[in-house]
Design a protein around this ligand. Structure first.
Ligand code: SF4
Ligand code: SF4
Length: 382
C-alpha cells in the first residue's frame, strides 16, 4: 500500500516537557496516535540523530525532551522503547555511551528505563529488491530485531546535501566507519548520494516520523551552523513529504534538495505541496524568514575537461583552522578517500585533488576546527 503523504504540523515553542508532549500528541492525531505503531508487547526502535557529542542547546542532535516524550508514549502503550543511532566515524561502546551522555539522551534513557541500542554491532547484510542503484547494504541488525521504527530527525542544513531531515537520518542505519565506503562510492556527485539515501529509505522505510523542529540549525550545518528557533514539531509516515514541508517552512526550495527530487523521480515522494494533505496550522502561518542555508551548488556534472579549473575557482572546500584544531587526527582517520595527511602533534593537511567534498571532516571534528571556504570568484558571482 502506498505511504500517504499527509504531514501534521504542531506548534511547540520550547522544550518544556509538558509542551513537547502535547505537541507530539497533537501531531500524531491524524495518524492514529502512537498506538497505531506501538502495540502491547511490541519492540519499538526510536532512531535519533546522534551526529556528534554536542549539548542539546547546540541543536546538532535530537533534543532529549523529544526523545523522552516519545519513549513515554511508547511505554504507555505497553511496548518496549529502544533508542539508538550510529554516529559517523569510529565508535566503541564506551565512546558511544559518552556521546549519548553529552547529548542528554543517556540520562533520559536511564530515567525512563528505555533500552539503549548500539547500532555498530551486530550488523547484517541485506540485498534489496526495492533499491534502484545501491542494492546491497550493511546495516544495524536492530532493524530485524524490532516490530516498528519511529524516526526522530532534527531539522538542519547540510553542507553536502543542503538539508538534513527525515530521509538523511536513515544514513545512520549504516554502522560507523562503513559510511565512508558508501561516501566513496557516491564520490562528489550529490545526486548519486541522494540515490543511495533513497535506496536505503525504500528498503527500510520507517513506520512513523516525528521531526524535532523546535530549534533547528541554519547556516553551515549539520554540526557547525547556528541554532535557530522554529517552534514546531512535524509528523508523518512519508519521510520525503515531511522534508518537503520542512524545507518549505524554512524557505529552502524543496526542488533544490537532492533527496526530495530523487524521491519524486522514483515515485517515493510528492511533487508539490498540492499533493501533501496538511494537518495543523496553515503553512503561511508558520513560515520562518531569513533562514540561512549553505551554498552547495554541485560541480559533479561539469565535463571532465573543465572540472579541475571549475573545482579550483568555484567549489567550496574544507579548511582547517590551526587555532581551533586540537590535533586529534579524527578527520584524517575517517576521511573516505584518505585525502587528509596527519602525523601526531601536527595540523592535518588536506590534498584537494583527492577530496570529494563530502564534508565528513567538518561533521566529525570534535572542536569545530573545519571551516567551509568559498572561493573568491564564487563569492563575486554569487
Ligand atoms: S578532527 Fe578537527 S581537531 Fe581533530 S585533527 Fe582534524 S581538524 Fe584538528
Ligand atoms: S577532506 Fe573532508 S571533505 Fe574532503 S574528502 Fe576528506 S572528509 Fe570529505
Amino acid at each position: 500500500m502506498p505511504v500517504p503523504y499527509d504531514v501534521a504540523i504542531a506548534r511547540c515553542d520550547s522544550y518544556d516537557p509538558a509542551i513537547v508532549r502535547q505537541a507530539i500528541e497533537e501531531s500524531l492525531v491524524p495518524f492514529g496516535g502512537i498506538a497505531s505503531v506501538a502495540r502491547e508487547g511490541s519492540r519499538i526502535l526510536l532512531k535519533i540523530n546522534l551526529l556528534a557529542a554536542k549539548r542539546p542547546e547546540d541543536a546538532v542532535t535530537t533534543h532529549p525532551e523529544i526523545v523522552r516524550a516519545v519513549i513515554r508514549m511508547v511505554q504507555e502503550c505497553g511496548a518496549e522503547a529502544i533508542v539508538g543511532d550510529s554516529p559517523g566515524g569510529r565508535n566503541t561502546p564506551a565512546s558511544y555511551r559518552a556521546l549519548l551522555k553529552k547529548t542528554g539522551i543517556l540520562d533520559v534513557i536511564e530515567e525512563t528505563g528505555a533500552t539503549m541500542a548500539y547500532f555498530d554491532e551486530p550488523r547484517m547484510e541485506r540485498v534489496s529488491d526495492r533499491a534502484r542503484t545501491f542494492k546491497k547494504f550493511t546495516v544495524t541488525s536492530m532493524l530485524d530485531a524490532v516490530d516498528a521504527v519511529i524516526c526522530l530527525p532534527k531539522l538542519k542544513t547540510h553542507q553536502f546535501t543542503l538539508f538534513t531531515g527525515a530521509v538523511k537520518l536513515l544514513y545512520g542505519y549504516i554502522p560507523g566507519i562503513i559510511k565512508a565506503e558508501y561516501h566513496l562510492h557516491a564520490g562528489r556527485d550529490v545526486t548519486t548520494f541522494a540515490e543511495l539515501l533513497l535506496d536505503l529509505h525504500d528498503t527500510f522505510p520507517p513506520d512513523l516520523t516525528v521531526m524535532d523542529a523546535v530549534v533547528g540549525m541554519e547556516g553551515t550545518g549539520p554540526q557547525s551552523g547556528t541554532p535557530r528557533q522554529i517552534g514546531l514539531v512535524l509528523a508523518g509516515r512519508s519521510c520525503p513529504a515531511i522534508d518537503f514541508v520542512a524545507t518549505s517552512i524554512v524557505g529552502i526550495d524543496p526542488f533544490s534538495v537532492p533527496t526530495i527530487t530523487c524521491a519524486l523521480e522514483r515515485g517515493s515522494g510528492p511533487g508539490g505541496m498540492e499533493e501533501i494533505p496538511l494537518h495543523g496550522p496553515p503553512l503561511e502561518d508558520v513560515r520562518v524568514s531569513g533562514f540561512r542555508h549553505p551554498d552547495v551548488r554541485d560541480l559533479g556534472r561539469i565535463p571532465p575537461a573543465f572540472f579541475a579549473i571549475a573545482d579550483r575557482l568555484l567549489a567550496n572546500r574544507p579548511v582547517i583552522d590551526p587555532g581551533r584544531c586540537v590535533r586529534c587526527g579524527v578527520c584524517a582517520e575517517d576521511c573516505p578517500p584518505g585525502a587528509i595527511a596527519f602525523s601526531k602533534g601536527s595540523i592535518p593537511d588536506i590534498d584537494y585533488s583527492l577530496c570529494i567534498r563530502c564534508f565528513c571532516c567538518q561533521e566529525l571534528c570534535p572542536s569545530g576546527a573545519v571551516d567551509v571556504k568559498t572561493p573568491i570568484l564564487r563569492r563575486i558571482i554569487g
